[in-house]
Unconditional design. Structure first.
Length: 520
């Protein structure tokens, strides 16, 4: 019966694709009047290539109606947004895209990918135009912080649906959101505060506990950067990863350079202590203290956890860009957040700051606007919403333990049975921040296509769950090499299951693995 329903859904989707809605004149949308909204442009873009205002040119696009505008919910708000709608072949669905870092730009590449898949799609700069690490726009602008925190994404979703309805003469039948990092925070903000905006949400590596995430770096910075001798240069990262893998790689039954669950790896950095002076293959005592702090996470003055630390296993590939850089420099995210969002003091310095004072000020000043930590998703559930979370085990920017903690908090609040009806969590071995890393880290997130095709990815699983009631199981992830050559496929499993090697077969083939409970 379920196969029959699925076939019927496919036939209806094909019929909808082949019979485009009666669309309005795209340019006429410039004359539309909506509250707190100014439409800047509405133009029909011919199929093929399109060069957005910034970013790389997009190719292979269908012809589409491109609408750009500005939302002004307050006198200090300038929320830029764009809505792209295929002229033909609309799949009757809306897909919203998110941001990263401090936002400041529209993700045109993801808009283009969504358009190619038949979606009407929209994105926003979250209320300002700036580099993703720049927060100077927030200096003495509390309304802009609110826009960034939740208002821009919410209002963009509402206005996009209105524009879609006007253009096609009918609203979307389903609305989805697909984003990672700060976009993952935006995704959870939508589910928690604005459950009517989206029916299905795909949230990766969510920075949802924003204030604690960045406040914890004040403590870590004091150890890692504040003591010049504690800085770990990138040239020493290979020795760290080699030592971790030597101790823990075989624990999951396969020596492949990937830890299935790094929590089972109880690596002691002290084993790397230099015995005959400072060498590339070892760490000095101050460097060992730094490594322990990075793994442990930031703590307050009494030793209580502020935010969990990073996981061991792929320091060599992932820590240089996100953590150690080219020298001992304080993170721009840390400095800019506290300077311009919390203390309104451009001279604030993490190296001389009091950690407890920073945590308290961050919570008091910005938690309401920025944190998406509420485990009560009952309103989202009541509307039939579905949520899929994912996080790379070796994320060098946001600890994967944070996402597990949130998932478990939802379970505690709503019960295991109810949680299983609308949430899945996928922890991805060997994946870095949102994508990339040693493991198979392409599985349909953010428009990325698996080796088996888009219909086998996690976003498609979300659609089937929301529209057909088919709960997602394992997802086949892909690792690509040069020229998109498939190097490895591997299942990622619904948490807490892990992919177990069957003991025989090609370790680069997903068929050689089975999802099973940990320890079995």
């Amino acid at each position: 019966m379920r196969n029959l329903l699925f076939l019927l859904a496919i036939l209806l989707a094909v019929a909808a694709f082949s019979a485009p809605a009666e669309v309005a004149d795209c340019h006429a949308l410039t004359q539309s009047a909506w509250p707190d909204t100014k439409i800047l442009t509405a133009e029909l873009v011919s199929g093929g290539s399109f060069t957005p205002p910034y970013g790389a040119p997009l190719t292979g696009l269908p012809s589409f109606c491109r609408v750009s505008g500005v939302l002004h919910p307050t006198s200090d708000s300038v929320i830029r947004f764009e809505v792209w709608m295929p002229e033909k072949g609309w799949n009757h669905r809306f897909l919203g895209v998110g941001n990263g870092g401090f936002a400041g730009s529209i993700y045109y590449g993801q808009l283009g990918n969504s358009l190619q898949r038949g979606f009407a799609t929209a994105g926003t700069d979250a209320g300002h135009q700036a580099d993703a690490q720049d927060a100077s726009w927030a200096y003495q602008h509390p309304e802009k912080i609110t826009d960034f925190g939740y208002r821009a994404v919410h209002l963009t979703a509402e206005r996009a649906k209105t524009i879609i309805n006007t253009f096609y003469g009918e609203p979307p039948t389903k609305s989805y959101f697909d984003a990672c990092s700060d976009g993952g925070r935006e995704a959870l903000m939508e589910a928690q505060r604005f459950p009517a905006d989206y029916d299905g949400i795909l949230a990766g590596a969510p920075a949802n506990n924003w204030t604690k995430l960045i406040a914890a770096t004040v403590d870590v910075t004091k150890v890692f950067i504040g003591n010049p001798e504690g800085y770990i240069p990138s040239i020493k990262l290979p020795a760290i990863t080699a030592a971790v893998l030597a101790q823990c790689d075989a624990q999951d039954g396969l020596k492949d350079g990937i830890l299935n669950d790094p929590r089972t790896c109880h690596f002691d950095p002290a084993t790397l202590l230099c015995k005959l002076g400072d060498e590339l293959s070892c760490l000095t005592a101050p460097q060992i203290a730094s490594l322990k702090k990075i793994y442990a996470g930031g703590t307050d003055d009494e030793g209580h956890m502020i935010f969990p630390g990073l996981m061991p296993g792929d320091e060599v590939h992932l820590w240089k860009n996100w953590l150690v850089g080219d020298g001992p420099n304080v993170s721009l995210y840390t400095q800019n957040y506290f300077r311009y969002m919390v203390f309104d003091d451009p001279s604030w310095n993490a190296l001389t700051a009091n950690t407890d004072a920073a945590v308290h000020a961050a919570d008091t000043k910005t938690a309401q606007a920025l944190d998406a930590t509420d485990p009560d998703l009952s309103r989202f559930v009541a509307r039939g919403g579905k949520l899929i979370l994912y996080h790379g085990w070796n994320d060098p920017a946001i600890s994967p333990l944070n996402t597990i903690q949130y998932y478990e908090q939802v379970q505690m609040k709503m019960g295991d049975k109810k949680t299983a009806e609308f949430i899945r969590l996928y922890m991805v071995p060997g994946m870095g921040h949102c994508a990339g890393g040693t493991g198979a880290a392409t599985f349909g997130q953010l428009g990325l296509t698996t080796a088996k095709g888009p219909e086998y990815g996690v976003f498609d699983a979300l659609e089937k769950w929301e529209e057909l009631g088919t709960a997602p199981g394992s997802i086949i992830a892909t690792k690509y090499g040069p020229a998109r050559k498939v190097e490895m496929t591997r299942p990622i499993c619904p948490y807490p299951q892990v992919a177990k090697y069957n003991g025989n077969g090609d370790p680069n083939d997903s068929a050689s693995f089975t999802c099973a409970a940990p320890g079995h």
